[in-house]
Design a protein around this ligand. Structure first.
Ligand code: MG
Length: 399
């Protein structure tokens, strides 16, 4: 299964525009970018309205991730179109939108317009979305070269956007992901100013995603900063998931519970009483060696060995638990979150990490249901995912 290990976002007005009509939404594993267009503040309204359609996250229901993502985009189109028709100041407004969702096993994408999604893998950058722009169409038909497109005077004309029509065709796709893939979502304020090879080199050279995001915005501004610049970068890694048919609730003897980890740690710290531990098989001592070693050193050595074994047992138990168990809780912002690990930290070593954050605020749940989130009960991955999905759907008993 996949996990987003790191992400960074930056948005900048650029050097020519007075306002920023780009909008973005980042709630890992969902990342969205929108670039609005229209008179006065209309572009800002359009891109913000598009982003707001994702406030509740990716809804559950029938269909694949990419289909449900595309449905949210189509819904956003309806909202923008309706809003544009209700206020003369907003007439004709529109926005691009590119949304990426890291699912359990792959990346789902929905896209309209000329904001872009790139994948950076093994030092190489590849654009994954087609530009719905005049020059983009001409390049795909072979009537214009990539090089000619870069400086084309009509490159800002887009052929598809959210808002202008009551119906829009949404491109959607699912991409396989390889461990360590980095994805870039960006508005044309970056790509009109900075060519792909420079973007590739910038990501390759940066020590962190935040550093890469800063450098990309700086490069666009140094090149003139003619438009608003927004970039979102995220890195995905693959982690082991329980094999199908072997998913089970890791409570009791299968995996150490929080209490067992705590108790074992306390025992290791105290090392007062004779610990009950499995002793590692020991090679028989040579007679000469055994004969020369003073007994008190042998006793100290034995104690140290037992301590090391105990620490190793606690460490490996904690590690196994943190890789195998899941629980549901609230993140720091109060949203229902799926965690991998156990709800406990050893000194300097948290034994859990976020797997998925829903758009569902825990505080909005009925008090009877909140217990399911706050009890931090260890579950199998499937059980934990099912619980989060049920909470999102509002189908938990009592909701
Ligand atoms: Mg733009």
């Amino acid at each position: 299964m996949l996990r987003v290990t790191d992400h960074a976002k930056r948005t900048d007005t650029g050097r020519r525009r007075s306002g920023n009509e780009d909008s973005h939404f980042v709630r890992s594993p969902l990342f969205v970018i929108a670039d609005g267009m229209g008179g006065a503040q209309a572009g800002e309204v359009a891109s913000r309205t598009a982003i707001e359609a994702f406030a509740a996250g990716l809804p559950d229901g029938p269909g694949s991730d990419e289909e449900r993502l595309a449905a949210v985009v189509a819904d956003a189109n309806g909202r923008i179109h309706e809003l544009a028709g209700s206020d003369e100041h907003l007439t004709g407004m529109g926005t691009t939108l590119t949304a990426a969702y890291v699912g359990l096993d792959d990346l789902a994408v929905a896209h309209v317009g000329d904001s872009r999604l790139y994948r950076f893998r093994d030092g190489e950058l590849q654009q994954l979305t087609d530009d719905h722009s005049l020059v983009g169409e001409l390049v795909r038909r072979g009537q214009l070269s990539e090089r000619e497109a870069e400086d084309h005077p009509q490159r800002s004309i887009i052929t598809r956007a959210l808002g202008p029509e009551d119906h829009v065709i949404v491109d959607h796709h699912t991409w396989p992901v390889v461990d360590g893939d980095v994805f870039l979502l960006c508005s044309d304020g970056l790509t009109d100013m900075v060519a792909d090879p420079r973007i590739e080199a910038t990501i390759a050279q940066a020590a962190t995603l935040g550093g890469a995001a800063d450098a990309l915005v700086a490069a666009a501004n140094e090149a003139g900063g003619r438009d608003n610049i927004t970039v979102i970068l995220f890195r995905v890694e693959t982690v082991d998931a329980p094999a199908v048919g072997e998913q089970h609730t890791l409570v009791g003897r299968t995996a150490p519970t929080t209490a067992e980890v705590r108790s074992a740690a306390a025992t290791a710290d105290a090392q007062r009483s004779e610990p009950v531990a499995v002793r590692a098989p020991r090679a028989p001592r040579g007679p000469a060696q055994a004969g020369r070693r003073p007994r008190r050193w042998a006793g100290a050595l034995k104690g140290l060995t037992v301590l090391l074994i105990l620490v190793a047992l606690v460490g490996s138990g904690a590690w196994i638990a943190s890789r195998s168990a899941y629980f549901v809780g609230s993140d720091e912002q109060g949203f229902v979150t799926l965690y991998q690990g156990v709800p406990y930290s050893l000194p300097g070593l948290p034994l859990y990490q976020e797997q998925y954050t829903s758009g569902l605020p825990t505080a909005t749940l009925p008090s009877r249901v909140q217990g399911l989130v706050t009890e931090h009960k260890l579950r199998s991955q499937q059980d934990a995912v099912d619980l989060v999905r049920q909470l999102e759907r509002g189908t938990v008993a009592g909701q």
